[in-house]
Design a protein. Structure first.
Length: 521
């Protein structure tokens, strides 16, 4: 424990007596650390003081008559200067220059909230200073001893199979701070102690600052204050190749010993992340190879390799999910999934194919897909339950579900796409382009001559070629409608009496309409 005014007052040998009742002082002020004890009788000693010190005086700077207005004004101004400079306590040496402690000084300290204690004549100022120095030395030795023990405990934790997590958990325990790790993309990766609630505001503020540091690409640290907490951020990894951000959060800033312990972990965590990244890249190549084997039907071979590396493949029936991942996020997403895959309860298989993520889980774990999609901020397409022998079919279904997912749809199921019928596939980019090309003669004519041939054709086909009903909906005479259809037939160069032609035009209209809806959204 550091030296404090309370510890100085508690030493019976000094005989110090508090003159300002603790109840009238600011809460906790007697427990503030005392950096040093200084003595001075100058009217304004602040140029020679630093914040956190205790000042001792014999009072020669005060007027001899305590009952005149100048004496009270001088005491008030003197105390105000000390408080503004960060002095945490004032000691008055009684019976050296004057008997007792001046009443104006006691009143000023009581009203302004500065601890004032009386130093008896038998106690030299040097004894007070020596006690503070001895306490500071003992505290420094205790903190150094603690730092060595903490570093040993952390080193032992680093040797465990889950070295990085064990190291951060032990660091959190030793520092009595929560510790969070953000990955290279600025996403919260893990936090210790497990289940700690740091608050939405704290995490949001930390993530904003973490992303800023990562974008700079240089090794750096930063301190952020959020509410009552002080958060310390430290980058991990080498310049230009940062692997993440380590955050320490607590009600107080780390002292020098705490910083030493934290710095040692920063080096360990940076090395662990660099090694993990290299290992994850090797695993990624292996997973990509296994994905190609699955696509070729080599299920038994993939099962045997997976059993040796990660455990068995997800139980049948399984579902396959596919997500498009930006190239700059692919490594970070893969590293996050490695953590999930390491959990035996998850029973998942994943791999990356170019910039596409493929994820397989047992059908009864579909909730895990939604959870991961939300956690990673991805839109995914999900297949129907299949056997591993039908993996190729499942992969096709998942890709189709993703391709035809509605705007804003977080998880798209192939079953929903299939329920919308074969025409739902017209939302694909290729079908949209073909649809626009087929209808181009009508669209150009409408733009050039201010006609409505596209809408007329859509309405007429919707009524199965019935002129009377279509004309009524369009609000035109049936002869006008016949003339418009004839114009459309001439411009398209197709026989609209043919069912295949009508079907193709209807599909083109649907595809073009889907394109307009996506553009407007």
């Amino acid at each position: 424990m550091p030296a404090t005014v309370r510890r100085l007052l508690g030493d019976a040998a000094l005989g110090l007596r508090l003159l300002t009742p603790e109840a009238q002082l600011p809460a906790g002020i007697l427990g503030l650390p005392v950096s040093w004890v200084h003595s001075s009788d100058l009217p304004d000693p602040t140029p020679f003081l630093v914040p956190g010190q205790v000042l001792l005086t014999t009072g020669t700077q005060f007027p001899a008559d305590d009952h005149v207005t100048p004496a009270r004004r001088a005491a008030n101004d003197y105390v105000a200067r000390l408080i503004a400079h960060g002095i945490v306590g004032l000691g008055f040496g009684s019976d050296v220059v004057r008997a007792g402690t001046p009443e104006p000084l006691i009143t000023a300290c009581r009203h302004q909230g500065l601890p004032l204690f009386e130093v008896p004549y038998r106690t030299p100022f040097i004894a007070v200073a020596r006690l503070a120095a001895d306490i500071a030395a003992e505290d420094a030795y205790a903190r150094s001893t603690w730092a060595l023990r903490a570093q040993r405990a952390i080193s032992v934790a680093a040797t465990r199979p889950d070295g990085l997590s064990a190291t951060l958990a032990e660091l959190s325990r030793q520092l009595d701070h929560w510790v969070a790790l953000f990955d290279a993309a600025g996403t919260l990766d893990r936090i210790f102690p497990l289940g700690v609630d740091t608050g939405v505001e704290a995490i949001a503020s930390v993530r904003t600052e973490a992303v800023r540091l990562l974008r700079r690409g240089q090794r750096a640290s930063a301190i952020v204050s959020v509410g009552t907490e002080t958060l310390t951020l430290q980058t991990l990894g080498a310049r230009g190749r940062l692997r993440g951000i380590l955050v320490f959060g607590g009600s107080e800033r780390l002292d020098e010993a705490g910083q030493q312990v934290a710095t040692s972990v920063v080096a360990l965590a940076g090395l662990a992340l660099e090694q993990n990244h290299t290992l994850d890249q090797a695993r990624s190549h292996l997973r990509a190879g296994l994905l190609r084997l699955l696509m070729n039907g080599e299920v038994a071979l993939v099962e045997s390799i997976s059993q040796e590396m990660w455990g068995p493949l997800p139980a049948e029936p399984m579902i396959t999910a596919v997500a498009d991942v930006p190239a700059e996020r692919l490594d970070a997403v893969a590293e996050r999934l490695e953590l999930h895959a390491a959990d035996a309860r998850a029973r998942l298989f994943f791999a990356t194919d170019d910039r596409q993520l493929v994820l397989c889980v047992s059908a009864d774990r579909r909730g895990l897909v939604a959870e991961l999609a939300d956690d990673l901020g991805l839109q995914v397409g999900v297949s129907e339950p299949q056997q591993w022998a039908e993996f190729g079919r499942a992969l096709t279904q998942a890709r189709q579900a993703l391709e035809h997912a509605r705007v804003g749809e977080h998880v798209a199921d192939f079953a929903d796409v299939a329920a919308r019928g074969a025409l739902a596939l017209l939302s694909g980019a290729q079908a949209q382009e073909v649809g626009r090309q087929v209808l181009a003669p009508l669209r150009i004519h409408d733009q050039t001559h201010d006609t409505e041939l596209v809408d007329t054709l859509r309405t007429w086909l919707a009524h199965n070629g019935a002129y009377e009903a279509a004309a009524r909906e369009l609000g035109v005479h049936r002869h006008t409608l016949r003339a418009r259809i004839a114009s459309a037939e001439r411009l398209l160069g197709r026989d609209l009496a043919s069912f295949p032609v009508r079907a193709e035009l209807w599909a083109s209209l649907l595809a073009a309409s889907e394109s307009r809806r996506q553009q407007s959204s």
